[in-house]
Design a protein around this ligand. Structure first.
Ligand SMILES: *[C@@H]1O[C@H](CO)[C@@H](O)[C@H](O)[C@H]1NC(C)=O
Ligand SMILES: *[C@@H]1O[C@H](CO)[C@@H](O)[C@H](O)[C@H]1NC(C)=O
Ligand SMILES: *[C@@H]1O[C@H](CO)[C@@H](O)[C@H](O)[C@H]1NC(C)=O
Ligand SMILES: *[C@@H]1O[C@H](CO)[C@@H](O)[C@H](O)[C@H]1NC(C)=O
Length: 394
């Protein structure tokens, strides 16, 4: 019996190669083939084989079809689907990728997930936050965004953790205990030199933006049968309904008006952290010592520039997506729909892109304030339970 590593690691080197395997899934849409989300060194791709096993039968070996995603931006390593078609795969429980067509002494198997397809879901909405890295310690914005999303009806958030700052660590542990946050260990920096940027020419490194394209695709498959919809955005971005009180009623309306759509695109709108609202009413004393941005103070929105690419984000039906990029999906069934700005848009609080604009050249957009009472109460509660706020301050 092959053994599955006890402490399952999210990144596993493929023996005798420069590639890595990440997660394995049955793909019921493709007649039950096995799909292994992998990281492939593009210029060094030799034939790959799969050894798949179940508890009853012996292991079998078949050759793989390797599909490197098209959006590699020049980086040497990129997310790929390693796909196996074979006999009697439906009951396979574990798999490994090999460079040899005969069994070797490899014991690093991946468990196979999504073995049963369902159409009842544990969650309506899951957010996939691609990667947390550096000493990221933007605690206040993280807590505000989490609590905002919970008020909008999100039940599950997944974060791929490479590293984070000491205070954020406490907040993450709190949300994990609460049950809303799933933390996937993502030690990409132990295996590769991850790029801090999106373009190889400009930013260098082995792999695009800490492996963001690997984690987004992995997240879609991981939640395919757990979540009705998956949101692919960063923790400083909120996909905000402007005509509905929550995401469920927004998506019900959008989906019934556009039944063939499986990829919904939401425009990004930037709220610069350099512009503060004048009254100061959200400069709350209890947040003075909490590191990070207070999104409630930033209600000025930059005008859209029609000639500049809008880094929009998506809500997708994960069962219809085969490969995704960051701002669009690469392979999917059905249609894409660009959601109207008035109906919903993304509130992205960060440093400005159009830094020379004065307040009167920006738009006032106070949508977050509509949730102020509950939001403040819940943020304070989360900070308190994380040990970041003293109880006697209340
Ligand atoms: C898979 O398992 C099911 C249920 O035990 C069984 O009916 C089926 O024959 C198995 N398929 C193969 C290919 O072994
Ligand atoms: C498997 O391991 C044994 C013992 O270490 C060794 O003798 C054998 O050559 C190995 N087989 C392969 C295919 O690597
Ligand atoms: C995130 O990853 C870092 C580096 O491995 C680790 O030290 C830290 O404990 C992790 N945080 C959480 C909340 O899992
Ligand atoms: C702001 O204006 C200065 C002076 O005109 C210019 O050098 C700079 O690039 C501008 N910055 C931005 C972010 O547009």
């Amino acid at each position: 019996m092959p053994k599955i590593p006890e402490a399952f690691n999210s990144i596993t080197p493929i023996k005798d190669s420069e590639h890595f395997m990440v997660s394995a899934f049955i793909d019921h849409r493709l007649d039950g083939v096995i799909r292994v989300i992998s990281i492939i060194k593009r210029n060094n791709l030799q034939p790959l084989y799969c050894v798949y096993c179940n508890t009853v039968h012996d292991c079998k070996t078949v050759q793989a079809d390797v599909q490197i995603h098209s959006d590699h931006f020049g980086f040497p390593f990129h997310v790929s689907d390693v796909i196996y078609e074979g006999k009697d795969m439906e009951n396979a429980t574990h798999v490994l990728i090999s460079t040899k067509d005969s069994d070797n002494n490899n014991t690093e198997y991946l468990p196979i997930k999504n073995r049963v397809s369902t159409n009842t879901f544990k969650f309506d909405f899951t957010i996939c936050i691609s990667s947390l890295f550096g000493k990221y310690n933007n605690v206040l914005q993280f807590a505000q965004t989490m609590e905002m999303y919970k008020l909008l009806g999100v039940q599950h958030v997944v974060i791929y953790n490479t590293s984070c700052g000491p205070d954020l660590e406490k907040l993450l542990k709190h949300y994990e205990t609460e049950g809303v946050l799933e933390i996937v260990s993502w030690p990409i920096d132990k295996f590769l030199n991850p790029s801090p940027g999106w373009n190889f020419q400009q930013h260098k490194g082995d792999i695009h933006y800490y492996g963001q394209l690997v984690t987004l695709n992995e997240c879609i498959y991981r939640h395919m049968y757990q979540s009705r919809y998956v949101l692919l955005n960063d923790i400083d971005e909120i996909i905000m309904p402007y005509k509905h009180t929550n995401l469920l009623s927004l998506m019900e309306d959008l989906q019934s008006a556009h039944p063939s759509v499986n990829v919904f695109i939401f425009e990004s709108h930037l709220f610069p952290t350099t512009q503060f609202e004048d009254s100061g009413k959200f400069k709350r004393a209890e947040w003075n010592n909490i590191p990070g941005v207070n999104i409630m103070e930033h209600i000025y929105r930059e005008p859209d520039r029609k000639y500049v690419f809008n880094p929009a984000k998506m809500i997708v039906n994960p069962r219809k997506v085969k490969q995704t990029s960051v701002h669009s999906s690469l392979k999917y069934n059905g249609d894409t729909y660009h959601v109207n700005f008035d109906v919903s848009r993304m509130v992205h609080v960060r440093e400005p892109m159009q830094g020379n604009l004065t307040k009167d050249q920006l738009f006032v957009d106070k949508r977050v304030w509509d949730f102020e009472q509950k939001l403040i109460q819940n943020v304070d509660q989360a900070l308190k339970l994380s040990g970041l706020l003293q109880c006697e301050k209340f």
